[in-house]
Design a binder for this molecule. Structure first.
Ligand code: SDX
Length: 424
């Protein structure tokens, strides 16, 4: 084990340095305050590791993303989403019989408790589906209390019912009747049918849409300690149940700087299009800083090179559009914006590249999924990752409740004089 030396207040302190299986190194500071009276300060945690983890590896400099050691490019091409759920949560690929059983169980638990349908009635038609999803996930704990014995089944219930909760929130917003799941369909196929079927006619799952959704779900399945995954660990560290922890993660994902960015990208492109489609004019607004406009779908805390998911999604968008015969001017506009930004010093200097959100929304749009549902789609994909991290922490005997310190910068001690205001 190598060490680092801290010299402070005339004393030398030796701190151990931990090295990960991919060569990442970190100074262990758990005992720093005990040894030196000092804490570290790192708002936004740019240089702070919250845990060790064996689930996902990212190399932001090289644009590498691996799920349990498997390169995302291979997983995206060869796996189905249900197998990726198993891989992330249980740490290995399932045997064919295990996968069949896992898929069968997930299919069997797709229905919601009928009483949950009543919750949807209380929402106004314009309710954002992320508000509904966050509330519904917390409410699942009322129907399926969590114990050591029920946890495994509850994981299956979550992975199975998530698509129903999401599709029902869409149907609610459309004022259409809920469509019940069918047991002969794949996870993506079941979701698409619950979203777009109407009682009056049969709905055939389009193979191109089914395969596109499978890809999108896989590419969103995990991404190590991002904001929402760190949230699921934070809430889980108090031993709150899995449903509550996932509800908190959904709320964290909703923000436009995180999972809400895919909705932001489409709104941004539509605004550029409405303003004449002038990429240069828009990028100047982004750069001048005055209008506080950001190039949504660009930039990343970790990737200082291409986000491999964006590369895969850009290729998939072309393929899907050709196969569907869709011609969306926003795709061409997105490519022009990307091309202009990648040549512009402002973005090059800051190492800002397209991230997963830049092209995902355009594909959801081609699938007929409304913009307000885009972040819900991100959540559906990220569920196995959130669950995997929650379980990894739960199974780690050394894990403790997350309770960061601070540096106080407020008023020093002062008298609260009696001004006769204490009227009871
Ligand atoms: C996701 O963490 C994950 O892994 C997340 C995610 C996952 O899978 O879970 O990958 C999913 O959330 C992707 C990111 C989606 N968000 C967006 O696309 C929103 C737009 N991007 C940004 O707001 C920003 O890039 C972040 C939030 C993604 C990252 O922010 P950082 O790391 O805190 O970077 P920063 O805000 O400190 O920016 C550094 C500089 C600043 O300029 P200066 O103050 O140095 O002059 O880059 C600029 C920023 O103004 N900048 C941008 C920009 N992103 C950063 N300028 C214009 N447009 C942008 N998009």
């Amino acid at each position: 084990m190598s060490t680092a030396k801290l010299i402070y207040d005339g004393k030398e302190h030796e701190l151990s340095v931990i090295e990960g299986t991919e060569g990442e190194r970190g100074i262990e500071v758990a005992k720093l305050r005990q040894q030196t009276g000092l804490v570290t300060l790192d708002p936004g945690y740019s240089s702070t590791g919250s845990c060790t983890s064996a689930i996902t590896f990212i190399d932001g400099e090289k644009g590498i993303l691996r799920y349990r050691g498997y390169p995302i490019e291979q997983v995206a091409e060869r796996a189905r989403f249900t197998e990726v759920c198993y891989l992330l949560i249980y740490g290995r690929r399932p045997e064919p019989n295990e996968l069949a059983e896992f898929r069968e169980s997930m299919t069997r638990h797709t229905l919601l408790h009928e009483d949950m349908k009543k919750f949807y009635e209380g929402y106004p038609p314009g309710a954002h589906p992320m508000a509904i999803m966050a509330a519904m996930f917390a409410s699942l704990s009322s129907f399926y209390p969590e114990t050591d014995e029920t946890l495994e089944l509850n994981i299956l219930r979550i992975l199975a019912k998530s698509k129903t909760l999401a599709a029902f929130s869409y149907k609610k917003s459309m004022g259409q009747p809920f469509i019940y799941p069918r047991n002969d369909l794949s996870w993506p196929g079941n979701f698409l049918r619950m979203m777009f079927a109407v009682p009056a006619e049969e709905y055939e799952v389009h193979p191109v849409l089914e395969s596109a959704l499978n890809l999108l779900l896989i590419l969103h399945a995990d991404h190590e300690q991002n904001c929402s995954t760190s949230t699921v660990r934070m809430v889980g560290s108090s031993q709150a149940n899995l449903f509550a922890s996932l509800s908190a993660a959904i709320c964290a994902l909703w923000g436009p700087l995180h999972g809400g960015a895919n909705q932001g990208v489409i709104e941004m492109l539509e605004a550029v299009q409405a303003d004449g489609g002038d990429c240069g004019k828009f990028l100047s607004q982004v750069k001048d800083g005055k209008s506080r406009v950001r190039l949504m779908g660009f930039g990343h805390r970790v990737y200082k090179n291409f986000d491999p998911r964006a590369t895969l999604l850009k290729r998939a968008a072309d393929q899907i559009f050709n196969e569907l015969g869709v011609n969306d001017p926003l795709l061409e506009l997105a490519k022009s914006v990307e091309e202009a930004a990648l040549k512009d010093n402002y973005f090059v200097e800051r190492r800002l590249y397209p991230n997963v959100d830049f092209y995902s929304g355009i594909i959801y749009r081609a699938m007929g999924i409304p913009t307000e549902m885009f972040t819900v789609m991100f959540a559906l994909g990220r569920l196995p990752g959130w669950i995997a991290h929650w379980m990894e922490q739960r199974n780690d005997e050394s894990s403790r409740i997350h309770r960061p310190r601070q540096i106080y910068m407020g008023e020093q001690k002062r008298e609260f004089s009696d001004q006769g205001t204490k009227v009871l």
